[in-house]
Design a protein around this ligand. Structure first.
Ligand code: PEP
Length: 255
């Protein structure tokens, strides 16, 4: 049985006041979603302010990115240690916007995954195919390649501390959500890849979230699939009632 996680990726949105206000609304109503773990991932500059709001509540705090070095001459970068210092439990890594706009490779993301795990942070690691890759029938191959590169060198104990987010790039921010069946097919493939590389008991414990145009209206079908253990939510996480409306439909995953 896996407890579902609903995490909000606020991306490069909001300002300090609206980020604090959104966090407050979520914290105040979090008890209405007892079956979901909740997390918010504000822009790095608002982590401290949002962290104060969510401290001691059921809402976890996550960052949207980090660098793999602990400290040093890396202008503009933020280390995992700094994130921990701010009270983060989670960090999103390998988001498609970072892979595709900022040129992050799976090998680069892999270094961050190791660094996050070494610091006791829980990485939410994104994988997903482009529209052209899906249309060419290459989805399974792309997912396997990203999986192998991004999770290279992790032992079973480390894999158990990873959260995977399957985010088909064509579904992110487009309003074109994957059907529950399309998402389930890739989630099952990811679970089989974990079982192949580690063992079935590891595969059964790793949380695999779906992300890509999830809303309160379409969440029910996705969250009831046997291998979907929650959602990474972008646009809809900027509205408390949408985010909580998604979380209210969470249920333990059992397969
Ligand atoms: C995301 O970018 O992680 C995401 C899932 O975005 P959206 O929900 O807006 O598609």
């Amino acid at each position: 049985m896996r407890r579902q996680l609903i995490a909000g990726n606020w991306k490069m949105n909001l300002n300090r006041a609206s980020a604090v206000a959104l966090a407050l609304q979520i914290v105040e109503k979090a008890d209405g979603c007892p079956r979901a773990d909740l997390a918010v991932c504000p822009p790095a500059v608002y982590l401290e302010a949002v962290g104060k709001v969510v401290a001691g509540s059921r809402v976890g705090l996550g960052a949207q990115n980090m660098f793999y070095q602990l400290s040093g001459a890396f202008t503009g970068e933020i280390s995992g240690e700094m994130l921990r210092d701010l009270g983060c439990q989670y960090v999103i890594l390998g988001h498609s916007e970072r892979r595709n706009i900022l040129g992050e490779s799976s090998e680069f993301v892999n270094r961050k995954v190791h660094a996050a795990l070494n610091l006791g942070l829980t990485p939410m690691v994104c994988v997903g195919e482009l529209l052209a890759e899906r249309e060419a029938g290459d989805t399974a191959q792309v997912i396997r390649r990203q999986f192998d590169g991004t999770f290279s060198g992790l032992n079973a104990e480390e894999m158990l501390r990873v959260i995977i987010a399957y985010e088909p790039v064509w579904a992110i921010g487009t309003g074109k959500v994957a059907t529950p069946e399309q998402a389930q097919e890739v989630h099952l493939q990811l679970r089989q890849l974990i079982a192949e590389r580690y063992q079935e008991s590891v595969a059964q414990q790793v949380k695999i979230l779906y992300g890509g145009s999830v809303t309160a209206e379409n969440a029910g079908g996705l969250l009831s699939q046997p291998d979907i253990d929650g959602a990474l939510v972008g646009g809809a996480s900027l509205k408390a009632e949408q985010f909580l409306g998604i979380a209210a439909q969470a249920r333990d995953t059992q397969n």
